[in-house]
Design a protein around this ligand. Structure first.
Ligand SMILES: C[S@@+](CC[C@H](N)C(=O)[O-])C[C@H]1O[C@@H](n2cnc3c(N)ncnc32)[C@H](O)[C@@H]1O
Length: 432
């Protein structure tokens, strides 16, 4: 009697969990090959995935790969006689499978079983062979994550090799979530329900995970997600109650909400319509008020007198790699020249609006001194009617200090016991 023939790989049903891995492959390819930011690539990558759990899993796998990409690639290369091209489908699939087994704790049979359908009619054997060999040999990632270049070199040059190593170490774990509240009392009232702790007035930090929309207080608009470092620029304007403040480059509105909650008359300006839509949603959800303008800030001018400007300039975003590890791999964020020009243009334009003693807060979520320290030095050399208004230690949360020049430079390795901080540069400039 003849035995039935073994089904071809393409005829076998996909194991449970394969749709999430297919979505992960689309997402990883969009970031690494097409250079799309993760947030932008999500819609397309998830078009055929309906289950929120599959979407969440796909996103978690891709974020994990992006955190540990140089180390995963080194392992893959160690198991190959000849390196695979960087953008080869087999390399993408191997990255996804290894990240699941070695970091996320997925059982090897599940990671391999859901990886192979992604390379049907392709390098299935090769992928199977490399994965089996690495897992048989109990391959492991180095404890200390490796920063990709050019960041490893840039941050060693800027902050020293030891600090660059501490910054790299923050890639090993997912950061906690920071929430900003309207008032310090609101934060205290919600801290327990959110299983969090307050590191500054109107702030709660929580290690909670999962759908943020389900957390206590979200639907009531009691808080918004905002890294503690990102909340410092608005705090450093001091008492803004009744003041007219222009929040330049404002969307999705974290700083607008803080300023409005503090009683300022805020005009929020941003060029990006989609991001402005999110800012408006945030205002509606929190019940806070601001004038919202969609415009290129290089050509817009406030219609009347103002007191202060907060400029959260577009930048490489390299300081937020803990939450957005794609920034470390996007070619656009590596090329600083167009961003440096835009930041200087925005500073020059805003400088003309301020009255005597008005403040211009300049900040970027970047770890590149060219976008922060050097940008402000160059501004001060162009404008002798501005001075740096030094930030004092007592204006900052415990554990943070201004640098001796008087500006604030936060690093992801700051506040290590409490779970770190995004990298920000903040300077307070005062019109003389
Ligand atoms: C760092 S993000 C702002 C984050 C925001 N301040 C917050 O706290 O939620 C930079 C913003 O600059 C905006 N942007 C870039 N170029 C601009 C321009 N020429 N005019 C106005 N906004 C611009 C981007 O759309 C982006 O929303």
């Amino acid at each position: 009697m003849r035995r039935p023939s073994r089904p071809e790989p393409a005829d076998r049903p996909d194991p449970i969990g394969t749709p999430a891995r297919r979505a992960a492959l689309r997402l990883l390819t969009a970031v690494l090959q097409q250079g799309k930011p993760l947030e932008v690539a999500l819609d397309n990558a998830f078009a055929e995935v309906d289950r929120p759990a599959d979407r969440a899993l796909a996103r978690a796998i891709v974020a994990t790969v992006l955190r540990r990409l140089p180390d995963l690639d080194a392992l893959i290369d160690s198991a190959m006689p000849k390196p695979l091209p960087d953008d080869a489908r087999a390399r993408m699939v191997l990255r996804l499978a290894l990240a699941q087994v070695l970091i996320l704790g997925t059982p090897p049979h599940a990671a391999i079983g859901t990886a192979l359908p992604l390379v049907d009619k392709g390098p299935r054997r090769l992928v199977h062979g490399v994965l089996s060999r690495l897992l048989r040999e109990e391959a492991a990632l180095p404890e200390q994550p490796t920063l990709p270049n050019p960041y490893a070199e840039r941050w060693s040059a800027a902050y020293g090799a030891h600090t660059a190593g501490r910054i790299a170490a923050t890639l090993a774990t997912e950061p906690p979530t920071d929430l900003s509240f309207r008032t310090a009392e609101d934060a205290t009232a919600h801290a327990e329900a959110l299983e969090g702790a307050s590191l500054a007035p109107a702030h709660v930090r929580t290690a909670r995970r999962g759908a943020i929309g389900d957390w206590p207080g979200f639907a009531d608009g009691a808080w918004w997600v905002q890294d503690l470092a990102a909340s410092l620029p608005a705090r450093l304007l001091g008492d803004v109650s009744g003041k007219t403040v222009v929040d330049l480059c404002a969307a999705p509105g974290g700083k607008t909400l803080q300023l409005a909650a503090a009683g300022a008359k805020v005009t929020a300006v941003d060029i990006a319509e989609k991001r402005i839509a999110r800012l408006k949603e945030n205002l509606t959800r929190t019940g806070l008020k601001a004038e919202v303008v969609t415009a290129d800030a290089r050509h817009w001018t406030p219609p009347g007198a103002i007191d202060h400007v907060l400029l959260d300039a577009p930048c490489s975003a390299s300081g937020i790699f803990r939450r957005h590890p794609d920034v470390l791999h996007l070619k656009g964020s590596r090329n600083l020249a167009p961003l440096l020009e835009l930041q200087a243009e925005l500073l020059d334009h805003a400088a003309g609006w301020l009255p005597a003693h008005g403040h211009l807060i300049y900040c970027v979520c970047s770890l590149e001194p060219e976008e922060g320290e050097r940008q402000v030095e160059a501004f001060l050399s162009r404008y002798d009617n501005f001075r740096l208004d030094p930030i004092k230690a007592e204006e900052l949360p415990a554990g943070l200090e201004p640098w001796h020049e008087g500006w604030v430079r936060t690093l992801p390795s700051d506040l290590p016991e409490q779970g770190g901080l995004d990298g920000f540069f903040i300077a307070r400039l005062a019109r003389k």
